[in-house]
Design a protein around this ligand. Structure first.
Ligand code: GRF
Length: 204
């Protein structure tokens, strides 16, 4: 069974969905660690409530991004982590993290990438006036939301949508595709060829 770590900076609804899916056996993996760069992150509270090791790593204690990532790597290695799940972690990872967990870091983004990467993907889509947006689970590389795409789900933009109402529907879709993608990873069912991810028919 694969050991999963979740990195989160905020509310942690994706973390909650992942923990619930693990409990229900819909993800064949174990969450061994949750790390946040924000002391008050609700994600840490949610992890503790499930008796999962929850750690606040303070960015102010590290001079460079690389130093912070070295500390992250050390914590993740200590718990023998096989998959790093970024769920609203508001830091760009450096090569220190990417190299240490090559092909083992995934992220969820609230738009249909490559449209609207970076901050405020939901607002960007609404302001642009697209009629369909959604969310994307992808592998993490050194770029900003640029790694190979694992799963996407579309969400229609409604006439009377605000950022909040649209975000709410995207969040529900995120919880569906993130848990699915994590389970596929844990079952070794994702094959990456260049930029393309293929979902295998059977566990490998
Ligand atoms: C999600 O919308 C995700 O797409 C983005 O950050 C948000 C995290 O939400 N990367 P939550 O903390 O899981 O509720």
């Amino acid at each position: 069974m694969k050991n999963i770590a979740v990195l989160a900076s905020g509310e942690g609804t994706n973390l909650q969905a992942i923990m619930d899916a693990v409990d229900k056996g819909r993800i064949v993996g174990k969450i061994v660690l949750v790390i946040s760069d924000v002391r008050e992150a609700r994600a840490l509270v949610r992890a503790k409530a499930k008796e999962i090791k929850a750690l606040f790593l303070n960015p102010k204690e590290y001079r460079e991004r690389e130093d912070y990532d070295r500390a992250l790597v050390a914590e993740l290695k200590r718990e023998k982590v096989d998959l790093v799940v970024m769920a609203g972690f508001m830091r760009l990872l450096s090569s220190v993290m990417i190299d240490a967990f090559q092909g083992k870091i995934i992220n969820i983004h609230p738009s249909l990438l490559p449209s609207f990467p970076g901050c405020e993907g939901v607002r960007q889509a609404l302001d642009h006036g697209v009629k369909i947006t959604g969310c994307t689970v992808h592998f993490v590389d050194e770029g900003l939301d640029t790694g190979p795409i694992i799963i996407q789900e579309s969400v229609p933009v409604l006439q009377n949508d605000t950022v909040e109402t649209l975000q709410q529907r995207i969040h529900s879709a995120e919880h569906r595709i993130y848990t699915r993608a994590i389970d596929l990873f844990c079952r070794n069912m994702i094959e990456v060829k260049g930029r393309r991810c293929f979902i295998c028919e059977k566990e490998r």
